[in-house]
Design a protein around this ligand. Sequence first.
Ligand code: NDP
Length: 328
Amino acid sequence: MSLAVQIRQHGGPEELQLVNVQVGEPGPGEIRIRHKAIGLNFIDVYHRTGLYPLKMPAGIGMEASGVIEAVGEGVAHLKVGDRAAYAGQPPGSYCEVRVMPAMNVCRLPDAISFETGAAMMLKGLTAQYLLKKARPVEGLDKGDFVLFHAAAGGVGLIACQWAKALGLQLIGTAGSDAKCQLALANGAAHAINYNTEDFAARVKEITGGKGVKVVYDSVGKDTWDKSLECLRPFGLMASFGNASGPVAPFAPAMLGKYGSIYVTRQTLFTHISSREATQAMADDLFAVVASGEVKIHIEQRYPLKDVQQAHRDLEARKTTGSTILTLD
Ligand code: NDP
């Protein structure tokens, strides 16, 4: 048996209920993992509310670390007793023990703690592909300006540090002056409080009127229009989330006024759709964390039983950096 968080219908944090579930043996291509820590992510909110619909009853959560307890047929990269961590499907990481596909589960290097592993896989792999793969056609060179919204959040704080390590000038936005300071302390070259300042005007000022090569936008509805104004010609609008709500439909023709820009909507799970790709990206993440160039900031910890409060705080923009759910 395992304690697990389930929802029976989409809705508010009160839908997150602790239940006891039976956990079986892994089938072909699967593993059973006993969790040590669980990562909280904004996608868990989309799953809970139904913005990204789930079949009911549903587990929630896509990130965790733990110890491999059993290995199904055909799984060659993991063995019983291995320390492991993952960003993986299907949702259901808010639990003590689970059976899941092995494809996205990676061995965790000894130097990385279980808590750090749970706090960094989904967010770190996202920062990895955004900065290294979702690139503009012209490429990104050292010194280039990029704009990263919600820079003091989970993905954001990792992106600030990694962008600096890559020699990029990351302009971060955040919802308070304290969050802006946090982004600056973690490698952002500039920070803008988008609740009090016109971020498009400030970006133009910072870049000498030229604009940025890429906007990384996970805020969505509230930032979309002004984000387009921040791009230089041939720039890339990389949309990857909707924390403020989904972006309204738009006519492709209107993009022309911003100068032949490109628009993409990126999802982590297309980047980690094979074992090889998952491992290559994870190795890159493990290396940058081991080098100390990227530090994983766990700013909030909640016992699993307080998961409702964790969701309330995440949605109320009270969190910074990474958040984990702890198990006794
Ligand atoms: P964060 O820790 O970044 O939390 C979300 C942040 O968004 C808030 O702290 C807040 O920061 C900002 N925000 C702006 N407007 C709102 C609003 N109306 N309500 C709530 N928050 C708002 O979360 P994560 O690090 O887990 O994820 C960051 C984003 O990246 C999310 O949108 C997530 O869905 C997306 N994502 C996408 C992936 C993909 O592959 N497509 C993978 C991983 C994450 P502030 O107060 O500074 O504005």
